[in-house]
Structure formats: C-alpha cells, structure tokens
Design a protein around this ligand. Structure first.
Ligand SMILES: C[S@@+](CC[C@H](N)C(=O)[O-])C[C@H]1O[C@@H](n2cnc3c(N)ncnc32)[C@H](O)[C@@H]1O
Length: 384
C-alpha cells in the first residue's frame, strides 16, 4: 500500500475510534510491516498529540498501551513520548474499564473517495463527520450508537448523490443523525429526521449542530450554518396518518430499523401511508426501472445501477414521473423477523426490491476494518 494511503487510513481509523488492533494494523502497514520509529513519530504527530485532552481518554490510554506492547514485542525502540504519556495515564486514569452507561465519545467518520471513485460529483470526494455517540450500544433505545447499516446507507447516498439532491428526504429511526448529514451534503432540498427515543433525538440535534446544521427549533448556530434539518419525535406506534401525509417526502430512508417484531407492523403501516401512490405528490422524475416483484414473499434483485444514475441525471427532462420510494439498509440478524417484515410488506400491498447487488455503493470507508460491508443489504420499497 502506498505510504500516503496507509497514513490516511491510519488517521481515519484512529479518529473513528476503530478497535485499537485495527489502528495498529494500519500503523504496521505504514511502517512497511512493523511500527518503526518513523511510523511512531507519524502517529504521535498526527493522532496522539492532537487527541490528548480531546478524545475519549480511556480509548487513548488503551491505544498507547497496545502500541507500546506491539513495538516492544518486535524489539523495536519505543518513542519516549509514548512511555511518558502512558505513565501519566497510569496515575490519572485508574478505572478506565468501568464504562458508565451514558458515557459518550466523539468519533469522526471520514468518507474517503479515491480520485477514480464512481462518485458522480466532486462535491462528495471527501467528507468528515464528527458524531457524539454512546459507548453503550443500547443507550437511547440503541439510537445513540452508529450502526453499520447507517454507514452503508451513507455510502449509498454519497455514491448516488443525484438520487437525493433536490428531494425531500425523510428518515425513520435516525439515531445519531449520520444519514441526515450525508443527505444535506448531497443537497437534498429538505431533510427530516425522526426517532422515537427522546434522548436519541437530543443527541442527534447536538450532532447536527456540531456539523454546522441548524435544527428547526433553534437559531442558526453560526454564520457558517447554512442548512436546516427538521427533527421529529416520531414513535412509529403513534404516528398519525395526517401527520405523515403532511411530510410529503419524495424519499423515505431507514437504517437498521427491521429488528423488533413488535414494532414492525407500525413501521410497515408508516411506510404504506408515506408510499401511497394515490396520496403522493408526484413531484420528481422516475429513476431506476420497473422490475418490481409480485405479491409473494419473494423479493427480487433490482435493476442495473447504471439505469438509476442515467435516469436521475436526466432530472427535469421528459422522464415519467416517480412516486415516493423508501430505501432501507439492514443486517438480517434473524431470518424469522425479516420474514415477518416481508409478510407485512406484502399484506400492505408494497413492492420490495433487493438492490444490494445492483446498487453497490462505492466503498468510502476502506480503513474501517470493524465494518463488515458483506453483511449489508439494501432494499427499495414502493407502492405496487
Ligand atoms: C438500531 S438503531 C439504528 C439507528 C440508526 N439508524 C443507525 O443505523 O445507526 C434503531 C433506531 O430506531 C429507533 N426506533 C426503534 N424503535 C422505534 C419506534 N418504535 N419508533 C421510532 N423509532 C424507533 C431507535 O431509537 C434507534 O434510533
């Protein structure tokens, strides 16, 4: 691997708080097989010294410890700075393993796009998103953590920006707000995020502000703050038909929302209202093709990604008009739960298409070894 790429991956992995073993493996790549003194100097200058006092201290302590062990086990010299910092941590941070239930960390998710990436627009070549998230995966009804499905949906949005630009986009179960931030980046005309959990919602608003986005319930955070995102407290069980119809989204999104069998009927009901052709506003030209599936529980592959891009490029021309579409990214953890979802979708007279193979987003998180892209699925829902 080229040195420049190795150093970019190393810094990105560190900022995203990837597991320390993963960051160290990037450090090894940078050093050409071991964490040389030059690689250590790079890590000190570009990662550690900048993070002291800012990043989650127990993470930093653990990283420094593992790094020293790695270097010593190779019988290489360790930078004095590393030993000194670790000694400081030993006295100041004694109970680092006791992660408190609500402990937050600031992670930076860097979407990296190689020059020849299949992204359509230079504006999406690079994006670094700071996000406050919880170290307890279950905090805020799971909504205060970054789940892999939102990374995949974000990669999808950034890979096919024209599908979302100038569209009203509404997300359910938005969690930390990453998908919404990517939607504003590709210039969605309106972004509406929602969640059923109040602590998740307040963390989401904090993240939007940190990314220079104002929420509708506050003044713009700074003069740089140009975009506004609407944030709704919207438990699927309580969403009224009139409230949903008032949103008039062109595109509905959801990442990792298919997991609780009790919530699924409400979620599918919400989709069926928002996707209802008879009540949709028919505002934008058709994208993709019409290979919708029949009424059984089977769901088909989508059509060629090229078709989607080509058709969306022709926005404003004589393309047939499109009804609202929903894009859902998911990990199928439990086949029965997913089967239940498919049965509900069928009962609601919705069509579902598996786009995983045909609409693979460009990989923009190559440094993130903890993110298993191969388990990701992407579905499109529409009214039949
Ligand atoms: C697994 S998390 C996914 C969060 C985010 N989409 C991501 O992928 O990182 C599920 C999200 O759905 C929200 N959620 C779960 N059940 C819900 C319900 N019945 N109504 C509204 N939101 C719900 C949770 O609060 C949480 O934010």
């Amino acid at each position: 691997m080229e040195k420049q790429t190795a150093s970019l991956h190393l810094v990105s992995a560190f900022l995203a708080m990837e597991p320390t073993g993963c960051v160290i493996s990037h450090a090894r790549s940078l050093g050409g097989g071991s964490v040389t003194v030059d690689a250590q100097r790079f890590i000190w200058d570009h990662c550690i010294s900048k993070a002291i006092g800012k990043c989650h201290a127990p993470y930093l302590k653990n990283f420094v410890k593992k790094l020293i062990l790695e270097i010593e086990s190779n019988r290489d010299d360790v930078l004095d700075e590393l030993y000194e910092l670790y000694t400081e941590f030993m006295t100041s941070l004694k109970d680092e393993n006791a992660v408190k239930g609500t402990e937050r960390a600031l992670k930076y998710i860097s979407f990296l796009f190689p020059d020849d990436a299949s992204c359509e627009d230079a504006m999406v070549r690079e994006l670094v998103v700071p996000l406050h998230c919880s170290l307890n995966m279950l905090e805020g009804d799971t909504g205060c953590s970054i789940w892999p499905a939102s990374l995949f949906l974000s990669e999808f949005i950034l890979s096919f920006p024209d599908m979302f630009s100038s569209k009203t986009c509404f997300e359910v179960g938005s969690g930390v707000g990453l998908v919404g931030i990517c939607l504003t980046h590709v210039k969605a005309s309106k972004v509406i995020l929602s969640d059923g959990d109040l602590s998740t919602l307040s963390n989401m608003k904090l993240n939007l502000k940190m990314n220079q986005l104002s929420t509708d319930d506050d003044e713009p955070v700074s003069s740089e703050c140009t975009d506004s995102v609407k944030c709704l407290h919207l438990p699927w069980e309580c969403a009224s038909e009139s409230e949903l119809q008032g949103l008039k989204p062109d595109i509905i999104l959801g990442a990792d929302v298919i997991y609780d069998p009790l919530c699924l009927p409400h979620l599918v009901h919400l989709f069926s209202i928002l996707l209802d052709k008879t009540k949709s506003s028919l505002r934008f030209p058709r994208v993709g093709c019409d290979c919708a599936i029949g009424g059984s529980h089977e769901y088909s592959d989508g059509c060629d990604a090229q078709d989607v891009v080509a058709a969306s490029d022709s926005a404003g021309n004589a393309s047939p008009t499109e009804h609202p579409m929903a894009y859902i990214s998911s990990v199928i953890r439990n086949a029965d739960t997913f089967g239940h979802f498919l049965a509900l979708v069928d009962e609601a007279n919705l069509a579902i298409m598996d786009l995983t193979r045909t609409h693979q987003p460009a990989s923009s998180l190559p440094y993130m070894q903890s993110y298993d892209r191969s388990s990701m699925r992407l579905f499109r829902l529409s009214s039949k």
